[in-house]
Design a protein around this ligand. Structure first.
Ligand code: ADP
Ligand code: ASP
Ligand code: MG
Length: 405
């Protein structure tokens, strides 16, 4: 008997008709002695709509209540899929995160799975039922409901696959696999047949949202292969694994982008020890992640310190920036959200001279100004004007000939 975990994303379960299609697809996978656990996301844009709804009630909704609210999206889609399966003649049962034994940390909205007690899931499988689990949600030791961050159903699926000793984990979405760039921006982006965990982790963290980075981390830690493919089309898609075939390894794997970015600059900060700590401590205490940091030294003993945060944290950041600027003796601050990140990802990046220069030359050739740069082992990220992000991704995709893989 082969045990698989399949995860269907929001677009795949957006309407009653699509839920019936997913039910048919699940039934097809049950042929050949397979037992299946199916993890679902909320239908369509439900999560976005619930967030917007909360903000119509209050400008600062408490995280605990947000988790109660947002988890409802998946609590709705799971029983609907179970009903569709039953109606088609397949025994099925839906479970919430709590019932599936998904235990998490206490960090509301960004909780981490700490353990899964899968007994109920195993019992249902043994009884011959397809188990439909509500993704994205879990529970703390205090029985508080938590959610796992945007895209968290991917992580529910991979963690369940590990806990259940599944043979594989499939992520089914509205795209045919992991592409060399977001196919919505680059029509000739190609499906990458195989990609290593480390590259996929960087790619996902840089904005290739087709799999949540945390899901890739867990898969790597437990050597669980992930297959990413389309819900609606046949096709082998992408396998995320430890050792892709050698010839598949390219110097540049893909181009990622992210629009959820904002830039903050503290102006003319006195240049003395301890200043960076005084700036960034308050952000850490508020749980605001600071990403790229650039410091420009002036000649008069002051410096401008710029850094990026998620645009979704900008409102909270603005509430503290006045006080932070005062405390460090800065002349003032600026905050803007009209920027974006574009990243080139690939394991061959560091060892290959000239790649960075080629990125800069390509962006310059397209008349795109680079505001900030950050590099890592296998990525190069540039902060640019948001309006030009599509042009930047397409220019880099062409420059590295990714349409030819
Ligand atoms: P789901 O609802 O199935 O979880 P998501 O919206 O979270 O789907 O992820 C799928 C989307 O990811 C695609 O529609 C695509 O626009 C976007 N995406 C961004 N970068 C990539 C990439 N490199 N390859 C494939 N999809 C990507
Ligand atoms: N519904 C959640 C979200 O939109 C989780 C998910 O889809 O994976 O982020
Ligand atoms: Mg997703």
């Amino acid at each position: 008997m082969t045990r698989i975990v399949q995860k269907y994303g929001g677009t795949s379960v957006a309407t009653p008709g699509k839920l019936r299609l997913v039910a048919r697809r699940v039934r097809e996978s049950l042929r050949n002695d397979v037992e299946a656990v199916v993890v679902v996301s909320a239908m369509g844009d439900t999560t976005d709509e619930l967030i917007a709804l909360a903000h119509q009630v209050t400008s600062d909704p408490p995280s605990r209540e947000m988790d109660m609210l947002l988890s409802a999206g998946e609590t709705i889609s799971a029983p609907l899929l179970a009903m569709a399966l039953e109606a088609a003649g397949t025994a099925a049962v839906s479970l919430t995160g709590v019932q599936a034994g998904i235990r998490t940390s206490r960090a509301h909205r960004t909780a981490r799975i700490v353990d899964i007690v899968p007994q109920r899931v195993l019992d249902e499988l043994a009884a011959g039922r397809v188990v439909v689990v509500a993704g994205f949600q879990g529970v703390t030791d205090e029985m508080e409901v938590t959610t796992l961050g945007r895209g968290g159903s991917d992580t529910s699926a991979v963690a369940l696959a590990v806990a259940l000793g599944a043979d594989r984990c499939e992520i089914l979405s509205d795209v045919a696999g992991v592409h060399t760039a977001d196919p919505r921006l680059v029509p000739d982006a190609r499906v990458i047949p195989e990609i290593a965990y480390d590259e996929m982790l960087e790619f996902a963290a840089a904005g290739a949202v087709v799999v949540q980075p945390r899901a890739v981390e867990i898969a790597e830690a437990y050597s669980m292969a992930i297959e990413v493919r389309s819900t609606f089309d046949e096709g082998t898609g992408t396998v995320i694994c430890r050792h892709p075939r050698m010839e598949e390894r390219q110097k540049v794997r893909g181009i990622a982008h992210q629009n959820d970015v904002a830039k903050v600059t503290l102006l003319r900060v006195p240049d003395r020890p301890g200043v960076a700590a005084s700036i960034f401590d308050p952000f850490g205490q508020q749980g605001i992640n600071v990403d790229i940091i650039v410091q420009n030294l002036a000649h008069d003993g002051t410096t401008d310190v710029s850094f990026t945060i998620a645009e979704s944290d900008l409102r909270r950041a603005r509430m503290m920036l006045g006080a932070v600027a005062r405390d460090v003796g800065a002349q003032g601050y600026m905050a803007t959200a009209d920027i974006a990140k574009v990243s080139v990802v690939g394991t061959g990046l560091r060892g290959t001279p000239g790649i960075f220069a080629k990125v800069f030359r390509t962006l310059a050739g397209a008349g795109i100004n680079i505001e900030m740069i950050s590099t890592g082992e296998i990525h190069l990220t540039c902060i640019i004007e948001r309006e030009r992000v599509g042009d930047a991704v397409r220019a880099l995709h062409t420059a590295f000939e990714l349409e030819k893989i």
